[in-house]
Design a protein around this ligand. Structure first.
Ligand code: C2E
Ligand code: CA
Ligand code: CA
Length: 453
């Protein structure tokens, strides 16, 4: 009996639940009764454990277990799956029974939980699946898990009912993962380059290297989607090495213009990052002075000494450093001052539709001044309209980047562009067609993939 129960709460455990699922499936076979399975996962449980300690975490789990039992029906089967996960089985006699299950769970979390003298507000995300004639009972828990995954992605504290399209989305994400691995191994990715211009003269002062994956099966997959997949699945080191190698090699086509390479947080944490950059630079005989590393602001959040040390070593080797997506990571201004960045790239969200947002223009001005006082260059990215360009010029930014000047283009195209003019005005952007960029992406596909990832 003990082996079937969870020691902390006394509730049935996962094994018991799986057994019960089959018992009830057999009992309700050839009846109109359907089985509903709900999987419940507490939100921010780790924070509670970390801030109040494990005793508080345990007490909360016990309190939640009691509440669930109290708020559900006597014949509901309430189990603890482990950690902060619970599951409930209910026999539904009509359509309302499944909905009542969700509201019963919600009621359990409506009041704060008394935990070691604290009153703790807790919420949970819930995935629900209801059996049907067309589906195998073994699938019920897996489906509830998939629905839970969707609930967490949607909004913490929400309840999501399983739909068959969700399974195909997860399937699609898995396929994407497998195909990406093959693409990286076969070097089937390409690089596109987007000019960054001097805000006063319009001359191209640098270019940003952006990776592209044009796949016969998936079309062109947005880089923020597949970079995130690579980060989560341990493929970033390989993807990063491809990006570094290819952009350093291509940078020789425009030796007087510096090339900016994006370095993801996982790459920066890797012990081999200095070698991964210095190796290709030596091999292609490119001076690190011509390479800028773009590092997203969120890496500063943890303010760990190792990151600072790595950045200093890269700087000592001659690389320039740019703080990317500046303004989105909530990093303290003191960090920005103390870290050795040469450039700040103001995030596109501060640039878009600036003319309608008097107040955020004031913020942009303050940020620009902050950067200038520290002696940094300040780049505004994502400039699409003349108004945005003028607003950023008025705010005092030193460099501009965006579709208004040029989309990301192939190395060959960029080389030709630099050879003919080297100067980009808003007007010349019309002729700079995009032969390498994701603008050919079906936008609805892009949005869909982003949601999956
Ligand atoms: P990011 O580093 O902020 O790159 C700028 C993004 O803004 C690029 O999107 C670029 O195409 C887009 N962009 C430039 N001008 C405009 C504009 O005027 N309007 C709009 N709407 N967008 C503009 P992209 O290429 O889709 O890349 C998205 C993100 O994926 C990048 O954001 C970066 O975080 C990541 N990424 C791209 N390539 C690489 C790479 O080689 N390595 C790593 N680690 N990350 C990369
Ligand atoms: Ca960037
Ligand atoms: Ca950026």
């Amino acid at each position: 009996h003990l082996a079937n129960h969870d020691a902390l709460t006394g509730l049935p455990n996962r094994r018991h639940l799986e057994h019960e699922l089959f018992t009830r499936a057999g009992r309700t076979e050839n009846t109109t009764v359907r089985l509903a399975c709900a999987v419940i996962d507490l939100d921010r449980f780790k924070d509670i454990n970390d801030t109040l300690g494990h005793a508080a975490g345990d007490a909360l789990i016990q309190a939640v277990a009691e509440r669930l039992v109290a708020n559900l029906r006597a014949d509901d089967f309430v189990a603890r799956l482990g950690g902060d996960e619970f599951a409930i089985l209910r026999e539904c006699r009509d359509l309302f029974d499944a909905d009542n299950l969700s509201s019963g769970i919600a009621a359990a979390f409506a009041e704060p939980f008394p935990v070691l003298g604290h009153q703790l507000e807790a919420s949970a995300s819930v995935g629900v699946s209801v059996s049907g004639l067309d589906r195998a009972i073994e699938e019920l828990m897996r489906e509830a898990d998939i629905a839970l995954y969707e609930a967490k992605a949607k909004q913490k504290g929400s309840t999501v009912r399983f739909a068959p399209t969700m399974a195909s989305k997860i399937e699609q994400r898995r396929t994407l993962e497998v195909d990406l691995k093959v693409a990286i191994a076969n070097r089937a990715l390409t690089m596109a380059y987007q000019p960054i211009v001097d805000a006063k003269s319009g001359t191209i002062s640098s270019v940003e290297a952006l990776v592209r994956w044009n796949c016969t099966k998936h079309g062109s997959v947005p880089p923020d989607v597949f970079v995130a997949i690579a980060e989560e699945t341990g493929m970033m080191a390989d993807l990063g090495r491809f990006v570094i190698e290819q952009s350093i090699e291509d940078s020789k086509r425009w030796p007087h213009i510096s090339t900016a390479v994006n370095i993801s947080p996982a790459q920066l944490r890797s012990a081999s990052i200095v070698q991964d950059l210095m190796g290709p630079a030596r091999r292609h005989n490119v001076s690190p002075v011509n390479i800028t590393l773009e590092i997203t602001e969120s890496v500063l959040l943890s303010n760990d000494q190792r990151t600072l040390r790595t950045l200093n070593i890269l700087k000592e080797n001659g690389f320039s450093l740019a703080l990317d997506d500046f303004g989105t990571g909530y990093s303290s201004l003191a960090y920005v001052r103390d870290f050795p960045f040469d450039k700040l790239k103001i995030d596109r969200s501060f640039v878009t539709g600036q003319q309608d947002k008097g107040r955020s223009l004031d913020i942009v001005k303050a940020v620009v001044n902050f950067g200038l006082i520290l002696g940094r260059e300040v780049v505004a990215e994502g400039i699409e309209t003349k108004q945005e360009m003028q607003a950023m010029q008025a705010a005092g930014v030193t460099h501009l980047q965006g579709y208004l000047f040029s989309k990301p283009i192939s190395a060959a195209h960029l080389e030709a562009l630099i050879a003919t003019s080297g100067r980009l005005t808003a007007a010349s952007a019309e002729t700079a067609t995009d032969d390498a960029d994701s603008s050919t992406v079906d936008l609805s596909l892009a949005a869909k993939l982003r949601r999956i990832a």
